[in-house]
Design a protein around this ligand. Sequence first.
Ligand SMILES: Nc1ncnc2c1ncn2[C@@H]1O[C@H](COP(=O)(O)OP(=O)(O)OP(=O)(O)O)[C@@H](O)[C@H]1O
Ligand SMILES: [Mg+2]
Length: 144
Amino acid sequence: MEIVTNSEQETRDFAKKFADKLSGGMILCLYGELGAGKTTFVKGLAEGLGVKTNVTSPTFTLMNIYKIQNTKSKIKKLVHIDTYRLKNEQELIQIGAEDYAGAAENITVIEWPEKIANFLKNKKAVKIYLGHASDTVRNIKVES
Ligand SMILES: Nc1ncnc2c1ncn2[C@@H]1O[C@H](COP(=O)(O)OP(=O)(O)OP(=O)(O)O)[C@@H](O)[C@H]1O
Ligand SMILES: [Mg+2]
């Protein structure tokens, strides 16, 4: 699936709808350069999943965990990982990521997944590519 968005809001809206297709245990890898819209996508996803708090970039925290307050959903948490400032994969293990990422009741999204190839090795993930077309235009490709 491939779409073009023309604003931050359109990317959020796309991700919000995309959230309906997800089931517990899924890992989404978000590829794209700085400012491609990865965090924007996660904000929309969070909204779609029923996260009530504001999603902020886990650039310094590495991993943020949001509770899903939707009684109808079996998904309990949104796990948001950003490896941009990660020094090594061990650091991710140290903060307990292995207990959250890919767990059956969670949805996990990872920015800069290329930095944690080992961590992801035996995990199944959906790859999503975000590309800059211009200041306001982004190409979003979801690998089937
Ligand atoms: N069509 C669009 N979709 C998403 N963001 C857009 C779009 N057009 C412009 N933008 C802008 O691009 C920026 C995307 O920032 P965002 O933090 O989501 O990127 P990122 O990929 O997470 O970057 P980083 O690698 O630094 O974490 C925002 O400032 C947003 O307003
Ligand atoms: Mg980001």
